[in-house]
Each structure stands twice: as structure tokens, then as C-alpha cells.
Design a protein around this ligand. Structure first.
Ligand code: ADP
Ligand code: ZN
Length: 666
């Protein structure tokens, strides 16, 4: 969205500047042509070299159309037949250089090469004849006939190659003279300039708070900043200090950038947007210089807002991960940022907003008072907020009468604002593909499904037996979770393959902030219900439960090591909220404890698995019933379970949902 209205604050497009840019383009073009010539004329520059084994294989497969000996380079160029070029292994050659030469082989001596080739051909002919007596020698010999051209001319271009560096340096010299006279436009001398994009009052698209749905808390906090930018006097007259920066923290796609833009739009001030990663370059000192430049430009435009997306790219705690030397560059960038933030007085009217999804890894110096002293948390939207976001994004869509945004909001637990924006767009595309005049409910549902699970792949290669196993596996999850008190109740199960998974189940987890042992154990049992069903019904288990096992194992490990939920280890947690442990090689516990952890995790998972099997064994007929419906219809809903199992006894599920759980089976 930025592309149309961005302009670089560092260049004034006047005529002198433009002609200088034209010149640089000419130099660039000359350089490129020279380099291209170099590669074109040197044999094998653009094509791959093959070794003897590969070459012999080519001959054996009759892939070679002709050969050309290039005396100058002491190599033989290989031209492949049209049939061969269609093969997968030669795809690269076909793309690079369709007319050939496709490959080359470096040789020591032409005579030796020729002899070897003849020998190889003889061998091949003999073995072909031995294998099939109906063939005649003449015919087979024909198959291996490969014309060999000789190219003994000297290449004048290659003689001129030594001129290239001279020309290059000369061109570069001229170019830099120009660049310097022009006061440093773009190019290599502009590398220390910030790459910030500027959105100002003249930009056609301004975002306002009404484009941001939900996020009431965050909006409120940020309104104060807007107010300050609108009438700074009100605050400064009283001697009050305005926060210099606010840090927006939240998962990706929750609208942090959007919110920052809305601030700029509401306050009618320029808005500089930059990503933390843009500061980091491979040249030493560039990051710091970019920070300096950014602040300089911003101060000229004050009052204004600087927005740094993904600030964790530069703001990571210093001194951590000090094994790699690349740290120094980031550190100096960060230091410069801190200096700049301290440097300008509060009244300068530059406010820095930054976004990250990992506030925990940021350097504490950044969070100190007077810098990013304000943290605004942005969470994934809840039901009401999701409805609001849908409303924002369907504003420009033509909707059919059956569209119910509330219903969509219920179907999209765990979606971020960006996901919802994506759903709306996708729904429009789906409807357009069907040449509809309005977008209907089914288009939205198709879009939601697509976002959840990637593209539907109907009719992909699954045998009926495999399908049966998948149906029973998914029914196993559904049945166990239905019958356990604390497991999340099911919303929908499908065995329509999507993306990489062959089947999936959606559940409605309760919103809870403290989870008990029983709840976790029930969930683990349901997770293992898929594999248990396979064993109960077919008496054998498959590899299809990989992601289930991974999930169960991780959960059991977390229960033992982090949540202190195992008797043997007791009330101990090895969780490290500082994240420091991620970088250390040693475990915080002894070998003995490690063994205990292993055995506790193992016992817990075994217990859950046995429990799942018991439950399914007792309900085998119902499980079978369910799986048959699933095989028939490919999709089942909670209602189907209710008809088979009866009403769920313990309906402790609330409407609102934290995260959708999709459970996949590869
Ligand atoms: P972040 O910076 O948090 O990763 P963005 O601000 O880039 O997320 O959000 C991406 C897109 O998602 C936005 O351009 C907008 O279309 C949509 N979006 C996200 N949150 C909201 C919201 N609360 N209201 C409306 N649209 C939203
Ligand atoms: Zn499963």
C-alpha cells in the first residue's frame, strides 16, 4: 500500500539530479554489458560443468545431440537432444540456455578424450547387442553416433577481457565524480541514508482511527499522543513531559502498523515508516549512520512520527549471543538509536512508535523511562473485535443478502486482523472466479477454510484404504474429546485433504487462564485418540500420527518441566522467562533429574494413550458409526456427534475462543 504514495525524503527531483541519474544508468548499463560479454564469451560461463561420470551417463542415455571441442578453453561443449532437454534433471540448462551449449566438460587432452569416448560407445553397443539379439550392429551404432565439431578459432573478445577492469574502474570513477558533485543522490554514496518511507499530508491515502477496528485499550492510550501532536502547547505550558516513544507489542498482523499510521493520519503530521531490518546492512557503520540520518530528516519535519517496525532486529538485548561478531554492528546501531532518543528534547515534537512481537528480547535500555517508556499491548482480536474488523474490510465489497458477519467472526477464532483482511479479499476472488455479481456466505466460508488449511486438494492420490484410516483416526479424536469432560468440544472434522494435511479437526477451546492437571490430561488423551482409534479398529498403528505425538510429547514435557505438574519432580519449574537459556548449551538440571523427566513424560503419555484406548474400546460401535458418516460425507459437525453419542454431559464451553486448534495428520 505504500508504493503509490512513498517518496524519498532525501531527493529533490530537480533537473540536474535527473540528468545525473541518467548518466549513472548509462554507466550501469555499460558495466552490465561488459560483464555479460565476459560470461558469454568464456566457454561455460553461463552453463554448468559436468564431470566424467555425468557425461558418461549422458552418453549412455543417448541424451547428447552433438559435441563441440573448443580448443581455446580446452573443453568440450555438450548439446543435448530435444527429448533430453525435456527431462527434469536438465531443467536448469533448458532455462539458462535453450539453444545450447547446455553443458561443458573440461578435458585434459583432446585425443585422450576422444579415445575414451569411442571406448565407452563400443561398450554400450556391445551390451545393447548382447541384451537384444534382434538388433543389428549398424542400427545400434547409429544410435550412438554423435557429431563432433572443432572450434579452433581464437576469440578476440577474450583477448580484450583484460580491459574490463580498467573500463570498470574508469566508469566508476566518472560516476562517483558525478555523484559527489550532485551532493550524493542515491547509489553507493546514499547507503548511509535512511530508507524510511514518508507518508505526509499530501499522501492520498491516510488511515484514520475508523479504519482500525477493536483495540479499544490501545487506541485510548495512543489518543494521548495524537492529542499532543495536535496541540503540544497544552502540555508543555504546564511543564509536562510527553513520552518520546511508545512500543506496540503484539503478534504479527494484529494491526500495529495500521495503528501507528492511524496516529499519523489523525494528527495530520508526517509519518516515517521503516523496518528494523532496514538498518542492518553488511557494511559496518551503516546502521548507525542511517539512524542519524533518519532523525535528522525527522527533526526537520517535526512535529512528526517515526515508526520502526520489527524493532527487535536492532533492539535485541546486547551482549547476548556474543559468539558471533555480527553483533557489534547491531549494537552500534542500537547505541545510536538510544543516543538519538535521548538527544532531542521532548519539545522537538518527534514521537517514536515501534512495533515488535517480542518485547521480551528487547534490550532493557530501550525500555527505560524517557525512551520507549510506554508499552501498548495489542492482542489477537476477540469475537466482537473480529466482527468489527470484518465490518471495516467489507466496506468496499458487494455483499449478498445471506452474509452474516457475526457468524464469520465466530468461525474465525485465533485469526489476526491481517488474516481477516485476507479472508475478505479471498472471498471476493472466489466469488469473481464463479462470475457472481455479489459475494455470498459460501464464498466467505470457502475463503476461511482456505486460510486455515491452504488450498483444498480434492481428488489427490489417496487410496480408499488410506482414506478409511484417516476417517477412523479423526473420528477417534472427535469421540475421545466428546466424551472427556475437559477436552475442547469439536466444531468440525473433515477428511478433505488440504495443503499438506490429509484431515483435520477444529475444536472450540475454552478461554481460560489457569489450566488444571485434569484439563491438560484430558486434552492429551484426546490428542492421542487418533492413534488409539487406529489401534483399536485396525490393530495396527501408522506414521500418520506424527504431529499428534509431537504435540502430546511437547505438552507432557511442558507439564513436567515448566508447570510443576508431576509428583516426582514436585513444585519445580525450569522455565526461564528471560530467554537466556535459549542460548546456553547446558541444562539447568542434573543428569538424574533428566532421567526423571524422561520417565515422567513417558509415563504420562502412556497413561493418556491407554486411557484413550479404553474409552474407544468401550465405544467401538459409536466410533465406527461416526467414521462411516465421515467417510460418506467427508465433513462432520458437532450435531453428528450429538446424534450418535447423545448430548454432551458437561457443557462448560463458552462461546469465545482463544485459538482455533486444528489438528493435522500428515
Ligand atoms: P502488524 O504491523 O501488527 O504486523 P499490520 O498493521 O501490518 O500488522 O496489519 C496488516 C493488515 O491487517 C492491515 O493493513 C489491515 O488491513 C489488517 N488489520 C489488522 N488489524 C486490524 C484492525 N484492528 N482493524 C482493521 N484492519 C486490521
Ligand atoms: Zn491426529
Amino acid at each position: 500500500m505504500a508504493a503509490s504514495n512513498s517518496n524519498n525524503p532525501n531527493t529533490n527531483p530537480n533537473n540536474g539530479n535527473r540528468s545525473q541519474r541518467n548518466l549513472s544508468i548509462i554507466y550501469l548499463a555499460i558495466t552490465i554489458v561488459l560483464i555479460a560479454l565476459f560470461f558469454y564469451t568464456s566457454a561455460g560461463g553461463a552453463v554448468d560443468e559436468v564431470d566424467n561420470t555425468v557425461f558418461n551417463k549422458m552418453i549412455e542415455n543417448q541424451d547428447v545431440k552433438s559435441l563441440e571441442y573448443v580448443k581455446k578453453d580446452n573443453c568440450v561443449q555438450i548439446y543435448l537432444t530435444d527429448d533430453a532437454l525435456r527431462k527434469k534433471e536438465y531443467e536448469k540448462a533448458r532455462k539458462l540456455n535453450p539453444d545450447g551449449p547446455h553443458y561443458y566438460i573440461q578435458i585434459a587432452d583432446y585425443q585422450v578424450f576422444n579415445d575414451n569416448l569411442r571406448e565407452l560407445k563400443e561398450e554400450l553397443i556391445e551390451s545393447r547387442l548382447a541384451a537384444d539379439t534382434t538388433l543389428t550392429r549398424a542400427k545400434v551404432k547409429d544410435d550412438y553416433e554423435i557429431p563432433m565439431k572443432q572450434n579452433t578459432t581464437e576469440n578476440w573478445m577474450r583477448e580484450l577481457i583484460w580491459l574490463l577492469p580498467t573500463l570498470f574502474i574508469f566508469g566508476f570513477f566518472l560516476y562517483s565524480m558525478r555523484a559527489m558533485r550532485g551532493g550524493g543522490g542515491g547509489g553507493i554514496f546514499g547507503i548511509g541514508k535512511s530508507k524510511a518511507q514518508l507518508f505526509d499530508a499530501k499522501s492520498p491515502t491516510t488511515v484514520s482511527f475508523k479504519d482500525v477496528a477493536g483495540m479499544e485499550g490501545a487506541k485510548e492510550e495512543i489518543e494521548e499522543i495524537v492529542d499532543f501532536l495536535k496541540n503540544p502547547k497544552k502540555y508543555t505550558v504546564l511543564g509536562g513531559k510527553i513520552p518520546k516513544g511508545a512500543l506496540l507489542v503484539g503478534p504479527p498482523g494484529t494491526g500495529k502498523t495500521l495503528l501507528a499510521k492511524a496516529v499519523a493520519g489523525e494528527a495530520h503530521v508526517p509519518f516515517f515508516s521503516m523496518s528494523g531490518a532496514d538498518f542492518v546492512e553488511m557494511f559496518v557503520g551503516v546502521g548507525a549512520s542511517r539512524v542519524r540520518d533518519l532523525f535528522k530528516t525527522a527533526k526537520e519535519k517535526a512535529p512528526c512520527i517515526i515508526f520502526i517496525d520489527e524493532i527487535d532486529a536492532i533492539g535485541r538485548a546486547r551482549g547476548r549471543n556474543s559468539l558471533s561478531g555480527a553483533n557489534d554492528e547491531r549494537e552500534s546501531t542500537l547505541n545510536q538509536l538510544l543516543t538519538e532518543m535521548d538527544g532531542f528534547s521532548t519539545n522537538a515534537g518527534v514521537i517514536i512508535l515501534a512495533a515488535t512481537n517480542r518485547a521480551d528480547v528487547l534490550d532493557s535500555a530501550l525500555l527505560r523511562a524517557g525512551r520507549f517508556d510506554r508499552q501498548i499491548h495489542v492482542e489477537l482480536p476477540n469475537l466482537v473485535e473480529r466482527k468489527g474488523i470484518f465490518e471495516v474490510h467489507v466496506r468496499n465489497l458487494k455483499l449478498g443478502p445471506d452474509v452474516d458477519l457475526e457468524f464469520f467472526a465466530k468461525q474465525t477464532p485465533g485469526f489476526s486482523g491481517a488474516d481477516i483482511a485476507n479472508v475478505c479479499n479471498e472471498a471476493a476472488l472466489v466469488a469473481a472466479r464463479k462470475s457472481k455479481s455479489v459475494i455470498e456466505k459460501e464464498d466467505f466460508l470457502a475463503a476461511i477454510d482456505r486460510i486455515i488449511g491452504g488450498l483444498e486438494k480434492r481428488g489427490s492420490l489417496i487410496t480408499p484404504e488410506e482414506k478409511k484410516v484417516i476417517a477412523y483416526h479423526e473420528s477417534g479424536h472427535a469421540s475421545v474429546s466428546w466424551l472427556l469432560r475437559y477436552a475442547s468440544p469439536l466444531v468440525k472434522v473433515t477428511i478433505v485433504p488440504r495443503g499438506k494435511s490429509l484431515g483435520a479437526a477444529w475444536y472450540l477451546p475454552e478461554e481460560r487462564h489457569i489450566t488444571t492437571y485434569e484439563q491438560l490430561f484430558d486434552e492429551m488423551t484426546a490428542t492421542l485418540g487418533g492413534r488409539a482409534a487406529e489401534e483399536v479398529i485396525f490393530g495396527k498403528i501408522s506414521t500418520g500420527a506424527l504431529s499428534d505425538l509431537e504435540k502430546a510429547s511437547k505438552q507432557a514435557y511442558a507439564m513436567v518441566v515448566y508447570y510443576g505438574l508431576s509428583k516426582k519432580l514436585g513444585n519445580i519449574s525450569y522455565y526461564d522467562s528471560t530467554g537466556q537459556a535459549d542460548y546456553s548449551f547446558s541444562k539447568p538440571y542434573s543428569e538424574k533429574t533428566a532421567e526423571d523427566i524422561d520417565s515422567e513424560v513417558h509415563d504420562m503419555i502412556e497413561a493418556a494413550y491407554t486411557r484413550a484406548k479404553d474409552i474407544l474400546e468401550k465405544n467401538k460401535d459409536k466410533l465406527t458409526q461416526l467414521a462411516e458418516i465421515l467417510l460418506d460425507k467427508e465433513v462432520i459437525f458437532a450435531e453428528n456427534l450429538e446424534t450418535i453419542f447423545g448430548k454432551r454431559e458437561f457443557d462448560n464451553a463458552k462461546q469465545e475462543v482463544e485459538q482455533p486448534k486444528t489438528e493435522d495428520k500428515e
